[in-house]
Design a protein around this ligand. Structure first.
Ligand SMILES: Nc1ncnc2c1ncn2[C@@H]1O[C@H](COP(=O)(O)OP(=O)(O)O)[C@@H](O)[C@H]1O
Ligand SMILES: [Mg+2]
Length: 332
């Protein structure tokens, strides 16, 4: 496992008025899954490309395991970093197996080791081994992304950089790949920096979210803290804090329960209970529909707490509950 950190990382393109990335500092711990979240054009791809030195920074330092990246050859650095992108970057004229083997070949692995690794990776990303002989165009978008992921993992890099890897997929395929990425991460414990502009994707995947706007990182926090304690107006807008229902739909029931401990009491069967993974918008509808003051939350047959309307209000950021009244329009 590897750490990766940046100090004042800046990229100024020569033809641009202001830096694409502007004095960015952060530290990602070994084994951490960090999501870089921000709107299109805010500098996410530029930052990621500096992390594997596809771009050299104009200013600032990049440290991998505490060692300055500048002091090692770029190719050596890139071998420790897997890189997956939205367009997959698969070579169209190479078969799946050849695409996956690109980095192991560069590293001069023995043939049997490469062969075994291809099978292992296809299993890991959930593709049938028969797909080895196919070309990328003979695969669906989701299957191509799986190959892209397998290729990025091929030489077992400690760090994975992923630039909107699921951005082009339909919602169902995307959700499935997100789940599988999480299950792969539970097995492999990579240090991951995953770029997206999609708040829901960020909340579902991240240990921590780094929110980026106009070349700067404006907040780094856990998903729950980003939702409940947005650092500024920009983060509020990003998380839909103005829209209470949307905001609730982004959070699970478990987040509003706090530190409730499981009780041994079996739930009453009269009301359909809530599950910890249900979203809070659904929970609100259930509470209002039931006419009860609270509903039990049940996990694996045990009641782990009760959710009230007050719990729901307590978890909303203050701005979502107390809205400023717009100033009246001046009389004509
Ligand atoms: N190679 C480049 N040359 C000049 N400007 C660039 C280059 N790459 C990106 N930019 C500019 O830098 C800004 C950030 O782009 P990018 O990092 O691709 O944003 P994001 O990935 O968040 O959408 C944009 O204004 C973009 O036009
Ligand atoms: Mg981008």
């Amino acid at each position: 496992m590897s750490s990766i950190s940046a100090e004042g990382l800046t990229k100024q393109f020569s033809n641009e008025a202001r830096p694409a990335v502007d004095g960015v500092s952060f530290a990602v711990e070994p084994g951490e899954f960090v999501v870089l979240l921000g709107p299109s054009g805010c500098g996410k791809t530029t930052l990621l490309k500096m992390l594997n030195r596809l771009y050299e920074p104009t200013a600032g330092r990049l440290l991998v395991d505490g060692v300055e990246a500048r002091s090692m050859p770029a190719t050596q650095l890139r071998r420790r970093i897997g890189y997956a992108i939205q367009q997959t970057g698969l070579f169209p004229h190479l078969r799946v197996e050849q695409n996956i083997a690109v980095v192991p070949r560069l590293l001069s692995w023995e043939r049997p080791r490469i062969e075994a690794r291809i099978d292992e990776l296809l299993d890991l990303v959930g593709l049938p081994r028969e797909f080895r002989r196919r070309y990328p165009r003979q695969l669906s978008g989701g299957q191509q992304q799986r190959v892209g992921l397998a290729r990025a993992l091929a030489a077992d890099p400690a760090i994975m950089l992923m630039d909107e890897p699921f951005g082009a997929l339909d919602a169902i395929t995307r959700a499935r790949l997100q789940d599988e990425l999480l299950s792969i991460q539970r097995k492999l414990h990579k240090t991951i920096i995953f770029v997206t502009h999609d708040i829901e994707e960020a909340l579902g995947l991240a240990d921590r979210i780094m929110v980026m706007n106009e070349g700067r990182i404006v907040q780094v926090d856990t998903p729950l803290a980003i939702l409940t304690r947005p650092g500024d107006r920009f983060v509020e807008q990003l998380t839909g804090a103005d829209d209470v229902l949307r905001h609730l739909s982004l959070m699970p029931v478990a987040a509003a329960l706090g530190s409730a401990r499981p009780s041994a009491i079996a739930p009453s069967v009269a009301q359909p209970p809530l599950r910890p993974q249900d979203d809070l918008r659904f929970a609100l509808t259930q509470i209002l529909g039931s006419g009860a003051a609270s509903l039990p939350v049940v996990d694996d047959g045990y009641e782990i707490g009760r959710l009230t309307l007050a719990d729901l209000c307590a978890i909303l950021p203050p701005t979502a509950v107390v809205r400023e009244t717009p100033a009246p329009a001046p009389a004509a």
